[in-house]
Design a protein around this ligand. Structure first.
Ligand SMILES: *Cc1c(COP(=O)(O)O)cnc(C)c1O
Length: 370
């Protein structure tokens, strides 16, 4: 029996009447860009994350660009971030004219290793941009105190971690500003592109809203250029329909992860790190196969029709587009090794127990035949 890595159509089938109703309501209203549906969703998502302001935007990628612009980060500035993430973080930093500075990761959590941060801070550093990789919160206390000590901003990338808790507090309100994506692979998935920026800072929220629409202030005053980073009314409404289910979906992911841990732990692989102070929401369930085993395992799973994915095939500092930054092979060895050893297994709330058994069976077969 084949098992997909993820399958959003099951979620949509289960809630088709509400989705259809939402579509009809928005189409009939004509409120298509920003407007009341976006304001409503912004209120809901801010409440869910325990943050004062949410600004709905066009994607998680645009959320980062907007956050950087609103913080006044640009040419000549440096932003410290993780090399083990999707390309869009470093890309957004470069897009606003700043330089991404990569620090190595923690070999257990795969998040930024705070011990590697002080050595990366220079007179040009303006912010630290951690991501909560795969759904596990980064070490925010240590990052926040280091930032405070050096007068830096903290931008939390919460793309994979909506609903995750750090010392009991939801991610998104722990740094100065947070970015969020509702890309269809995320735990709260739009039916297309969508994102948000979150902050407790009133002035920053006002600037974010201005920059979301080209930087146009009342009286058509434009003092800083922004862009077209607006969220659609339809996506906002569809997200409002889905948000009340998120807690239940997250509970299912966590339950499934617990079962994976139990069934996979006896094998020669490493299951994801968890800690009581950091509640993982398992956007991805990522195992580690040390040495040379990841590629043969991947081929075995492919042959059996078991969905799997490499996060990430190359650490960002090794991409040709950042060759000018001079991070040679071995410059961030922990991230480089992780990119050769990590593999995501099927994980989505609607996955059945039988499907999970099928995945575990296929992984077991591989190690039994070793
Ligand atoms: C999260 C994620 C992104 C970034 O979010 P966007 O909303 O798409 O900008 C991009 N690609 C993938 C595959 C992602 O998982």
């Amino acid at each position: 029996m084949p098992v997909p890595l993820t399958d959003l159509t099951r979620q949509h089938q289960a809630m088709m009447p509400q989705l259809r109703e939402a579509f009809i309501e928005v189409a009939a209203s004509g409120q298509l860009i920003l407007g009341p549906y976006v304001r409503e969703f912004e209120k809901e998502i801010a409440g869910y994350c325990g943050v004062k302001h949410a600004i709905g935007v066009s994607s998680g990628n645009d959320a980062i660009i907007l956050a950087l612009l609103a913080l006044g980060i640009g040419e000549g500035d440096e932003v410290i971030t993780t090399p083990l993430a999707y390309l869009h973080i470093a890309e957004s930093i470069a897009r606003v004219g700043a330089t991404p500075v990569f620090a190595d990761i923690d070999p257990r959590t795969y998040n930024l290793d705070v011990d590697h941060l002080p050595g990366r801070i220079t007179a040009k550093t303006k912010a630290i941009l951690p991501t909560h990789l795969f759904g596990l919160p980064a070490e925010m206390d240590a990052i926040n105190s280091l930032a405070a000590e050096h007068g830096l901003k903290v931008i939390e990338d919460t793309d994979m971690a909506i609903g995750a808790k750090y010392n009991g507090k939801p991610v998104g309100g722990i740094g100065d500003v947070a970015t969020m994506s509702f890309y269809p692979t995320k735990n709260l998935a739009a039916l297309g592109d969508a994102g948000a920026v979150l902050t407790n800072d009133d002035d920053l929220a006002a600037r974010l809203k201005t920059l979301r629409v080209h930087g146009i202030e009342p009286g058509f005053v434009v003092s800083q250029l922004g862009g077209a980073f607006r969220l659609d009314g339809l996506q906002a409404k569809l997200l409002s329909v889905k948000l009340p289910h998120l807690e239940e979906w997250t509970a299912k992911r966590r339950e499934m992860a617990k079962r994976y841990h139990k069934l996979l732990e006896p094998l020669a692989l490493t299951t994801p790190f968890e800690a009581e102070s950091r509640e993982h929401v398992f956007n991805q369930y990522v195992i580690r196969v040390r040495g040379e085993g990841r590629e043969p395992l991947r081929m075995h799973l492919d042959a059996m029709g078991i969905g799997n994915r490499v996060y990430y095939p190359k650490p960002v500092h090794r991409l040709a587009c950042f060759a000018d930054l001079d991070y040679g092979p071995g410059s961030l060895p922990i991230a480089e090794k992780a990119s050769q050893e990590l593999l995501a297994l099927p994980m989505f709330p609607e996955m059945t127990r039988e499907e999970q058994d099928e995945v575990v069976g296929a992984v077991r077969d591989f190690f039994a035949g070793d």
